[in-house]
Design a protein around this ligand. Structure first.
Ligand code: NCD
Ligand code: ZN
Length: 345
């Protein structure tokens, strides 16, 4: 049995770092293990222009403890008013790695997102020409569509039409939660990738709703049925380079989660690698964890993998903090419901 596992240092291809006190508290949780992360732009107000991205990147780097290194890969929040020249020049100078599409109202801080997808077709064409990848929150917002069906419906109504209308656009379908999304990605050409979160490999919708409502398991896209979780596990552990890790670690202070209308978002930065090692070992795929966490993402984005490595060791169950303290209040760390035997050495 493997007791030690050495991987290229991983990256996180979908991460929420927030700002201010929460940024300062959560950034080390990611930087301790990950070299780079695609940083989501859904601040209030959002990171919409190259100037916003530069200022946010500077705040992230200023919040980084002096003894840690970490490269934030910045994204721009797509709106119906996004200036294509600003996007293309910010990408060309290396300031911005990707653009993020939120359907308006789909999730936390998405009010400024896109309502009429026809109004962003010009920007998307310029992005395709210039090789700027598009990260997509793949859920429709139509109130008539059941929340558990919103990802599958998005593929047919929005994503597939966008991809057909914009040949050459590299798209990342983020935090996929359904077998439908896995099938769509697998059947598409290599210009479509997908990120999978840590928590969607572990929980199904029963974890949120059975035996009491558990706000710390609520995120968007919401966890689906067990059959979908199994499809995600199969995709993540398959070795298919189109699937890679994007934790979607999304801190909210407990007061905002444990309330009558709690925020969507699960905070997994602290224990993600221990959980992933457990999951991949359980599925007999420990040798594929490096591809999922460290190799497929950079390859999709056209970047080199990290040069250094991290080592995980397996032993007696290790304690993980239940919450991280921030000056704005505590943030609960995702509880996978099993003991963590793997830890980063
Ligand atoms: C994210 C957040 O809190 O910003 N929440 C979540 O449930 N995943 C937004 C998002 O990625 O949808
Ligand atoms: Zn997210």
């Amino acid at each position: 049995m493997t007791e030690t596992l050495t991987l290229r240092r991983p990256d996180d291809w979908h991460l929420h770092l927030r700002d201010g006190a929460v940024l300062r508290a959560v950034l080390p949780e990611t930087a301790r293990h990950f070299a780079r992360a695609i940083v989501m732009p859904n601040l209030v107000p959002p990171v919409m222009t190259a100037a916003d991205a530069r200022a946010y990147r500077d705040r992230i780097l200023a919040a980084l403890p002096a003894d840690m290194s970490f490269e934030p890969l910045m994204t721009l929040y797509l709106t119906e008013d996004t200036d294509p020249d600003d996007v293309v020049s910010a990408h060309a100078e290396g300031l911005v790695t990707a653009v993020k599409l939120y359907p308006a109202g789909a999730t936390t801080n998405s009010a400024s997102g896109v309502r009429d997808f026809g109004r962003v077709s010009g920007v998307l064409e310029r992005m395709a020409e210039a090789g700027v990848p598009l990260c997509v929150h793949g859920e429709v917002t139509d109130p008539d569509i059941d929340i558990f069906d919103r990802e599958a419906v998005f593929i047919d109504r929005v994503l597939d039409p966008i991809r057909r209308a914009t040949p050459g656009l590299r798209v990342i379908m983020e935090h996929v939660t359904t077998a439908d999304a896995v099938d769509y990605v697998t059947s598409a050409a290599r210009d479509l990738g997908a990120t999978i979160t840590t928590h969607h490999l572990v929980i199904n919708r029963n974890h949120i709703l059975a035996g009491g409502i558990r706000p710390h398991y609520y995120c968007l896209p919401v966890a689906k049925r067990e059959a979908h979780r199994r499809a995600l596990r199969a995709a993540a552990t398959s070795g298919d380079p189109r699937f890679f890790l994007g934790t979607d670690s999304a801190p909210h202070v407990d007061a905002a989660k444990e309330t009558a209308c709690g925020c969507a978002g699960i905070f997994t930065a602290t224990n993600t690698l221990s959980i992933l090692a457990h999951v991949f070992e359980e599925d007999g795929a420990l040798d594929r964890l490096e591809g999922f966490a460290s190799l497929h993402g950079p390859a999709f984005y056209g970047l080199a993998p990290n040069a250094d490595t991290i080592t995980l060791k397996k032993g007696a169950p290790t304690a993980c903090p239940e919450r991280i303290e921030t000056a704005d209040g505590p943030v609960t760390v995702f509880d996978p419901g099993f003991d963590l035997h793997w830890r980063v050495a």
